[in-house]
Design a protein around this ligand. Sequence first.
Ligand SMILES: Nc1ncnc2c1ncn2[C@@H]1O[C@H](COP(=O)(O)OP(=O)(O)OP(=O)(O)O)[C@@H](O)[C@H]1O
Ligand SMILES: [Mg+2]
Length: 228
Amino acid sequence: MNNLMRISELKKSYTDGSGNNLDILKGIDLEISENSTLSISGSSGSGKSTLLHILGGLDQPSSGEIFFKNRSLFTFKNKELADWRNTSIGFVFQSHCLLPDFSAIENVAMPAMISGLNKSEALEKALILLKLVNLSERKDHKPQQLSGGEQQRVAIARALINSPQLILADEPTGNLDMKTGDLVGKMLKTVCKNQNTTLIVVTHNPKLATAMDYQLNLQDGLLQKPSY
Ligand SMILES: Nc1ncnc2c1ncn2[C@@H]1O[C@H](COP(=O)(O)OP(=O)(O)OP(=O)(O)O)[C@@H](O)[C@H]1O
Ligand SMILES: [Mg+2]
């Protein structure tokens, strides 16, 4: 299998309010192959969101390297990084972050229009994705007219619109009840597999974690194989 991403000796430290050093990530090494699915679990504050943000180019590590298809992320210029984020990476967060004044289909179409597709083509593509997550009948609903699970499914469709190579999902089912969470988690994995998209999902839900091809635990600043 081809390598999509390689992470080497990744470290991240923060300084707390009193100037003390907090070592959050202490030298992460990880290889992610194309079209695989990986879950990352770990206790609150262990650094899961920090890691995901760095992998998606939303934050900088203190040291270390990230290679995306053998290219170092940190050699990208600002515009290149923004373009890479828009076309190669899809984000799904715990709260859906949909734009309240736009309908479901417009929310899904937005990243495609930002990357230059005309509106009618973007809406056509968005409808195909809404069908994939079983929401075509809700396409004209605004986010507040959708249930939590439906909003998260719109967010999944939106993350997929530019056919990214990698989806980064940070507790995508964290705000949902167990049954809806299971359904949304299953759907996330299925659509990623069907679209040949690699998936990294941070989750506290053991059912979702074990549904992935690989499972890792973030503990004491390092990724470890879980004990279950
Ligand atoms: N900008 C910052 N400045 C200082 N400390 C920070 C900053 N951002 C995060 N931290 C600290 O880094 C640690 C890791 O935070 P992070 O959000 O990555 O945890 P997490 O594993 O995602 O937790 P949760 O499961 O609660 O979402 C926490 O202790 C947090 O307080
Ligand atoms: Mg987090």
